[in-house]
Ligand binder design. Structure first.
Ligand code: THU
Length: 136
């Protein structure tokens, strides 16, 4: 397996802020942008896309994970999510699960309390190994 790429945190933050500007959030007026570094050095990103049927809203992380797979797959090694003020924003619970699936316990995430791991922000996560451990 290739060495993990060096993490250009400023490039990640800049991409998260850029894509936040693409958000479609007419209902909440709460734009979100997220950027992730892939283990091959790519940067993928996404913004939230809302819907008049509110529950259909796509979080920014959904778009980023879609781009991850659409552009060749791989594993997320570092993620930076921002709100409309450009400050770090913690992904919602559902999106932490998305990040866990695609980056795992060691994926780094920028938080208001500094850079943490996914294991820190989603302790005792449910993941693929649980499917086999619990009766599949
Ligand atoms: N949102 C995200 O895009 N990601 C998150 O992790 C938290 C919430 C969006 C969904 C909705 O469009 C807006 O923020 C307000 O909840």
């Amino acid at each position: 397996m290739a060495d993990a790429p060096l993490i250009d945190w400023e490039a990640l933050r800049a991409e998260a802020v850029r894509v936040m500007g693409c958000a479609y959030a007419p209902y909440s007026r709460f734009p979100v942008g997220v950027a992730g570094l892939v283990d091959d050095g790519r940067i993928v990103s996404g913004c939230n896309v809302e819907n008049a049927a509110y529950g259909v809203t796509l979080c920014a992380e959904c778009g980023m994970v879609s781009q991850l797979h659409a552009s060749g797959g791989g594993r997320l090694v570092a993620v930076h999510c921002v709100g409309g003020d450009g400050a770090p924003l913690m992904p919602c619970g559902r999106c932490r699960q998305l990040l866990w699936e695609n980056g795992g316990a060691d994926c780094l995430i920028v938080t208001p309390e500094g850079t943490l791991t996914m294991a820190d922000v989603l302790p005792q996560a449910f993941g693929a190994p649980d499917l086999d451990a619990h009766g599949r």
